[in-house]
Write a protein that binds this ligand. Structure first.
Ligand code: XMP
Ligand code: MG
Length: 180
């Protein structure tokens, strides 16, 4: 697997240092609020797991899996819910944990959905931000790293469902995409 990596963009150590920082910030923010932490599957699973371990507050966790509709309707920002929450968000302080924001459509939809379901507050923490292709005006409340306009893998992010288990964020060698 490692032989497929062209470049490490964010090392394991840099990730862990940043996550510790984010955890401290979020602990301050959510003290005594019993937030509901929502992981957007599958990409954010590793980030979520490490982040909550650095949050010294009572919290609850839930998981959502969503996928964008085909490219023809993607500009509408419609996403399909593959797995919904098990928890009611009504009156709750909700924190969405995302792996990467690209167009912003997925998160815009999710935020609106959770607000419609009467969450008390909805905030976003994203590990990575790729601001180059935003289609909607959306910024995370907290961002770990801004990455260049390249397809990145690792630490939860996949290419064709592989590479999620890399402990760092990296870029693949071109031959991997060319199916060599
Ligand atoms: P939006 O709606 O913001 O969607 O366009 C963000 C989702 O797009 C996927 N994505 C990536 N996945 N490497 C990945 O593995 C990338 O570089 C990348 N850029 C976008 C990802 O699923 C994210 O949740
Ligand atoms: Mg994702």
């Amino acid at each position: 697997m490692l032989q497929d990596i062209r470049e490490v963009l964010i090392s394991e150590e840099e990730l862990q240092t940043k996550i510790k920082e984010l955890g401290a910030t979020l602990s301050e923010e959510y003290r005594e609020r019993n937030p509901l932490i929502i992981c957007v599957l599958k990409g954010a699973a590793l980030f979520m797991a490490d982040l909550v371990k650095k949050m010294d507050v009572h919290l609850e966790m839930d998981f959502m899996d969503v996928s964008s509709y085909g490219s023809s309707t993607k500009s509408s920002g419609e996403v399909k819910i593959i797995k919904d929450l098990n928890t009611s968000v009504e009156g709750r302080d909700v924190l969405i944990v995302e792996d990467i924001i690209d167009s912003g459509l997925t998160l815009k939809y999710l935020v609106e959905l959770l607000e419609h379901r009467k969450a008390k507050s909805v905030k976003i923490v994203t590990l990575l931000d790729k601001p180059h292709h935003r289609k909607v005006d959306l910024t995370a409340d907290i961002t770990g790293f801004t990455v260049p306009d390249e397809f990145v893998v690792g630490y939860g992010l996949d290419y064709a469902e592989k590479y999620r288990n890399l402990p760092f964020i990296g870029v693949l060698k071109p031959h991997v995409y060319e199916g060599q």
